[in-house]
Design a protein around this ligand. Structure first.
Ligand SMILES: [Zn+2]
Length: 465
């Protein structure tokens, strides 16, 4: 079989319902990882959905207990054709966020795949069961086309805890460094920039959640008897939060503002349009850092959000000065931001403005990582995709959201390339999550072409980086 015939047979397999039938079984596994204790479905997804698929393809599979107790296991599957050949590492996560069963539209349910036109509804279709299912199907197509030979080795790492912050993933990458040794990392998660635009991104922004807490006294006091002589923590907190950004969301904390995007990052993002799909929200003009395009503000800049803000009881206010106030905040950040120092930076900023009674507490963080734009893998990958689907690829330096990419880029030291098969309005993490059949089909074709090209002699830049 040649490349063209491979793409033809992959398309036929899809059109005959191959992926749809696999997805029906996988969506039916209730693999929400935010339930405590973790459901048995987490391990069952690996042993009953993944291993019976991978073993006949020649993968040796090992289910590895999570080194962080109370969390789902991982699967390390290796297909070694020849130890002398180069190796691609891929990744996916079989866990999902909770079903939120009661909130889905009438006729839809998170754990039953429902087809409506181009949409396949079900929890995990977009994030991430659909995406790794596409990649494994593509690999299967190439194996068939090449009579059981790829021309390279494949290692697959599947985790069951991504939605709870990937507990144990970094430990496994450290402990199993030799087993996971590879030459390049290619995986799929997150959305394309637009449903119709094949997209590649090279890493992700980081994320750090932090709380500002102000406790003024042990209890509330009557606002008539004490108002005007006792500080109001709600008022103080509102001013403290207002000192972090201006009224248009521009970050005012000097230490949290990144370097201006480099010329090559700006060039990569030129012409990248944000939003515009049917279910996308309208963008707000004049919000965020001035002088940057929407794509630059999302992918090449930091954003500081207020996630929740509280004092008193908003649902039932009483005539009293509340005792305490809290603001839950979040910074999404690009590489180079000194996020490890965020607590000290924000505390100093507040102290300087007279808010030293407010304590800053860091809740959770994931670093930002991205592959350098000069990697020879980038052109190679984009050209392979363009050849398969006859469309230009949108290349993003990084995803605006966050992924545990540091485990692969930093701990394993790999060039990281992500090829997403979802789209921005997929309702990931919300009711009515879905994947688009048209994007899945295109994803299957471009991944088949990619896994084919990886095995062509002297095609991929395995040893040049
Ligand atoms: Zn997710």
């Amino acid at each position: 079989m040649n490349r063209q015939q491979l793409l033809g047979s992959a398309a036929t397999w899809f059109d005959q319902g191959g992926l749809l039938s696999a997805m029906r079984h996988r969506v039916a596994c209730p693999t929400a990882s935010d339930n405590r204790p973790p459901p048995e479905a987490l391990e069952a997804y690996l042993t009953q959905q993944m291993m019976p698929l991978l073993q006949p393809m020649g993968f040796e599979c090992a289910v590895v207990a999570n080194p962080v107790p109370g969390n789902g296991p991982m699967l390390i599957a290796r297909r070694i054709e020849d130890p002398a050949l180069p190796t691609v590492l891929s990744y996916g996560h079989g866990d999902t966020v909770s079903g939120q069963d009661a909130s889905w539209r009438q006729g839809l349910s998170p754990w039953t795949l429902t087809v409506e036109g181009d949409r396949w509804y079900g929890r995990g279709t977009a994030d991430n069961k659909g995406q790794h299912s596409i990649n494994l199907a593509a690999l299967g197509q190439v194996l068939e086309a090449r009579q059981g030979r790829l021309g390279y080795n494949v290692t697959l790492l599947l985790e069951m805890g991504e939605e709870t912050g990937s507990p144990g993933l970094r430990e496994i990458c450290l402990q199993q460094r030799d087993v996971l040794r590879a030459d390049v990392f290619i995986a799929s998660d997150g959305p394309r920039v637009h449903a119709a635009k094949p997209t590649v991104f090279l890493g992700s922004r980081g994320i750090i959640n932090f709380a500002l807490r102000l406790k003024s006294r042990e209890r509330a006091y009557h606002s008539g008897n004490w108002g005007g002589v006792l500080t109001n923590p709600g008022t103080v907190m509102a001013h403290a939060v207002a000192s972090l950004t201006d009224a248009h969301g521009r970050i005012l904390v000097e230490g949290l503002r990144p370097e201006p995007p480099s010329a090559e990052i700006r060039a990569a993002l030129r012409g990248v349009a944000i939003g515009g799909d049917v279910d996308d929200p309208a963008l707000n003009e004049g919000w965020g850092e001035p002088g940057l395009s929407a794509a630059e503000r999302l992918m090449a800049w930091n954003t500081l959000e207020v996630l929740a803000l509280g004092c008193g009881a908003p649902e039932r206010p009483i005539n009293a000065i509340p005792s305490a106030a809290v603001a839950h905040c979040q910074l999404r950040f690009v590489p180079g931001t000194p996020w490890q120092d965020l607590q000290a930076i924000v505390q100093a900023h507040l102290n300087d403005r007279g808010f030293s009674d407010i304590a800053v507490e860091v809740i959770a963080a994931t670093p930002a990582t991205r592959l350098g734009m000069d990697s020879p893998w980038i052109d190679w990958l984009c050209q392979s995709i363009e050849r398969s689907v006859n469309k230009p690829v949108t290349l993003l330096p990084n995803l605006a959201g966050s992924l545990p990419n540091d485990a692969f880029a930093e701990i394993l030291g790999l060039p990281t390339l992500w090829v997403p098969h979802s789209y921005p309005a997929c309702a990931q993490h919300a009711p009515n999550e879905h994947m688009l059949a048209s994007v899945a089909r295109e994803g299957l074709l471009l991944m088949s072409g990619l896994f084919w090209d990886l095995g062509e002699a002297d095609s991929a830049p395995w040893r040049t980086c």
